[in-house]
Ligand binder design. Structure first.
Ligand code: AMP
Ligand code: ZN
Length: 451
């Protein structure tokens, strides 16, 4: 059976055929590390994690790259507000992101590329664009991409430059803007006072890169000039991904990405969850209300990724109850392992091959759970097989259910140990003990048991 996915570039469901056999290059636009990601952002990262898991399930070798945007308008401004160096400021939020990632059971990317580590690659690309006449320098030393030179500009987000002609003569130095003001965008921003001590002295002068060039330079460096899949939320489609395509294809002369995949938004009361609207929850808000982060994974799967999904705590609660049922049911199946049931596996594949239809995939899981004929051991093997894709972490469950607050403390302690914060780690151990549990260290892992 063949996997079919919706390609934003063609607006069609297409059969998935990677450029090079079984190898898949996958790039996900990662977090801008100026704050804690909200759960809308995590919808995007759980989507790319599920996609990666399913590709691996179908025996593809996936090379997954995620960038960390540690230089843009927002990181600079916010680090200044907090009187911290850009590095210190962004490293804090990068760690916070990794912490949440682990709580959500998201498989780490093969490589995380920090934008500040790829300035030479960005400069090289900008110079190529200048040489080829697609970019121009302004008096202040900034470099802009000339969108009128690129005959295909607009092909991803499907808008026509002709419609903009009247007001499309300007330039935008801002990283983010709406379709209505599609204008020449900044590849390189010459230094001004508002940038403070954030700048690079390069052949292009003193300044810093624009946001869009970062992803083009990093993805091409890691995955080559043409690669298979690029993901992100629908808000990234314009201007970010449109500009990535323009810069990359004009610089290399090759087709940049074969499949563009965009997850729809997580909404609150019908509006996109976003920092600027102030209508957001971070993962800690869910944990503070005693939700298991994995219940949010289940919440994400309840809607197809191409559909908008409205977040409420009631709907999260239903998913928490459902997750508890799945876990209890799994634990009641006993220790013996049987064989994967082909009928259910085929139904599962049929659902997921249809553009990663997780609601249908979950329906197959519930059908399997309710099956009265199948032996417990075969059910167990089949559920564990599906869980390679769902990522609920069922194989780690022990008969003794560890409360989520203890698990969270243990994960925080592991992070403290990784950061060599020994005192913090000891304090958390005592806290866990006072709640009636013991923690044993196993190299980079741990085991919790009831005292
Ligand atoms: P940012 O850190 O703003 O660059 O966003 C990180 C990722 O989250 C991007 O792929 C965005 O498109 C995605 N994203 C932002 N807001 C939402 C939302 N409300 N629902 C789903 N995805 C989102
Ligand atoms: Zn990006």
């Amino acid at each position: 059976m063949a996997l079919r996915i919706y390609n934003t570039l063609t607006r069609e469901k297409e059969e998935f055929t990677p450029i090079s056999g079984k190898d898949v290059g996958l790039y996900t636009c990662g977090p801008t590390v100026y704050n804690y990601p909200h759960i809308g952002n995590y919808r995007a990262y759980i989507f790319s994690d599920m996609l990666k898991r399913y590709l691996k399930y179908k025996d593809y070798n996936v090379n997954h790259i995620m960038n960390i945007t540690d230089i843009d308008d927002k990181t600079i401004r916010q680090s200044q507000v907090e009187h911290k160096s850009l590095k210190e400021f962004t490293e804090f939020y990068t760690e916070a992101f990794f912490h949440d990632r682990d709580l959500l059971n998201i498989i780490p990317a093969d490589t995380y590329t920090k934008a500040t580590d790829y300035i030479p690659q960005m400069i090289k690309m900008i110079e190529t664009l200048l040489d080829k006449g697609y970019a121009y320098k302004t008096q202040d030393g900034s470099v802009y991409f000339d969108i009128h030179k690129d005959k295909e500009y607009g092909k991803l987000s499907h808008f026509k430059l002709e419609d903009l002609k009247e007001n499309a003569g300007g330039r935008l130095k801002k990283d983010e803007y709406e379709k209505d003001n599609a204008e020449d965008f900044a590849l390189w921003k010459s230094w001004d006072e508002s940038d403070g001590d954030v700048f690079w002295n390069t052949s292009l002068g003193k300044g810093r890169p624009g946001w869009h060039i970062e992803c083009s330079a990093m993805s091409i460096d890691k995955l080559g000039e043409s690669f298979d899949v690029h993901t992100g939320g629908v808000d990234n489609m314009f201007p970010h991904h449109e500009n990535e395509i323009a810069q990359s294809e004009c610089a290399t002369g090759k087709s940049f990405v074969k499949y563009w995949m965009h997850n729809e938004h997580l909404l609150v009361d019908g509006h996109k969850m976003s920092k600027s609207m102030g209508n957001f929850y971070i993962l800690k808000d869910l944990i503070d209300k005693n939700f298991d982060p994995i219940s949010f994974r289940l919440w994400v799967y309840a809607s197809h990724y191409v559909s908008k999904a409205n977040f409420t705590f009631e709907s999260l609660n239903s998913n928490q109850i459902a997750l508890n049922k799945i876990k209890e049911f799994y634990l009641d199946l006993g220790k013996e392992m049987g064989i994967i049931n082909d009928n259910y596996k085929n139904l599962f594949i049929e659902a997921m091959d249809d553009d990663l239809n997780t609601p249908k995939g979950l329906a197959v899981l519930w059908e399997l759970i309710k099956d009265k004929e199948l032996s417990n051991k075969d059910k167990k093997a089949t559920i564990l097989d599906f869980d390679k894709v769902f990522g609920f972490g069922l194989s780690n469950l022990e008969k003794e259910i560890i409360p989520i607050e203890i698990e969270t403390l243990a994960k925080e302690r592991l992070l403290a140990r990784e950061n060599k914060e020994w005192q913090k780690s000891d304090t958390i151990r005592d806290q866990i003990k006072s709640l009636g549990y013991e923690i044993k260290d196993l190299g980079n892992d741990y085991k919790i048991s009831k005292i």
